[in-house]
Each structure stands twice: as C-alpha cells, then as structure tokens.
Ligand binder design. Structure first.
Ligand code: MN
Length: 149
C-alpha cells in the first residue's frame, strides 16, 4: 500500500521532490522545448498525472494513440489540435483527447504553456503521422497551417 503525501508547490510550476524531466528521449519524436514532471503515479487509480510545460514558440509532438488524455491548462496561452480542429486555449481550460485523435499543443510566442495531463499508467506508444496521415490532416487549411510534424 502506498503512503499518502503532500508535495508542496514551489515557485515556477515546480513541486517538492518532483524531478524536471525531458519530455521525450532526444530523437524519439519531433517536438520543441517541452519539459515533463511526473506528479503522481497512482496505482490505485491506474493513472498518472503529469505537468508539461512548452516554452514560448515551442510545441509538443503531433501524435495519436489508443489511450486518452485529460488536460487542464495551468499557465499561459496557446493552441491545440484536437478533434480535427485548432482551438485557442488558456488557463483552466479543459481539453479531452479521445482515443486515436491526432493532437498537438503549441505555446504562443510570448509565454510558456503549462498543463496537467492525466493518462493511463499502462498505455500504448504514440504513433507519428505517416505521409498519408499528413496529407489527410492537411486537407483542412487551418490544420495545415498549425501542425509541426
Ligand atoms: Mn499524446
């Protein structure tokens, strides 16, 4: 049985005893200027809660997978591709990313975009778009202008 605990917040969207990690291994997938913190791995819930921060002008990987994400923006403004649309997001907005939905987050030019992301502890590996997938995504002019494969 795991212990209950409190990890106090620290300045700069950091938490006690939580390591600042690379978003992904270098070369694993395309992205720009993203960090990751694993806040909880809650075995009783079967989930993890992570905090991602994308630096100004940065972006997460354009990907899809079987597992879902539940996201809450904590800081900054940006935009995301979700459900085939590009939507602006800001503090406390909620984003639900369902199975196999292409998704990507971008911070705006002026400030980092930080968000909580809840995910299954056991999950499949993300897929990157093939040339055919990209051609399909780019059928929407809005999506074509947004994505950074
Ligand atoms: Mn994902």
């Amino acid at each position: 049985m795991s212990k209950s605990f409190i990890r106090h917040a620290q300045p700069g969207f950091r938490w006690e005893d939580v390591e600042l990690l690379a978003y992904k291994a270098a070369g694993e997938a395309p992205f720009r200027e993203v960090t990751r913190q694993l806040l909880f791995r809650a075995d009783a819930l079967g989930c993890e809660l992570r905090y991602f921060e994308i630096a100004a002008k940065g972006h997460s990987t354009l990907e899809r997978h079987q597992h879902a994400h539940a996201v809450m923006i904590l800081r900054g403004r940006g935009a995301c591709l979700v459900g085939g649309e590009v939507r602006a997001v800001g503090p406390h907005d909620l984003v639900s990313i369902e199975a196999w939905s292409w998704h990507q987050f971008r911070a705006n030019a002026a400030e980092p975009l930080g968000f909580l992301c809840m995910v299954n502890a056991e999950r499949d590996r993300p897929q990157l778009p093939t040339a055919d997938d990209l051609a399909q995504l780019r059928q929407s002019r809005e999506v074509a202008a947004f994505i950074r494969p």
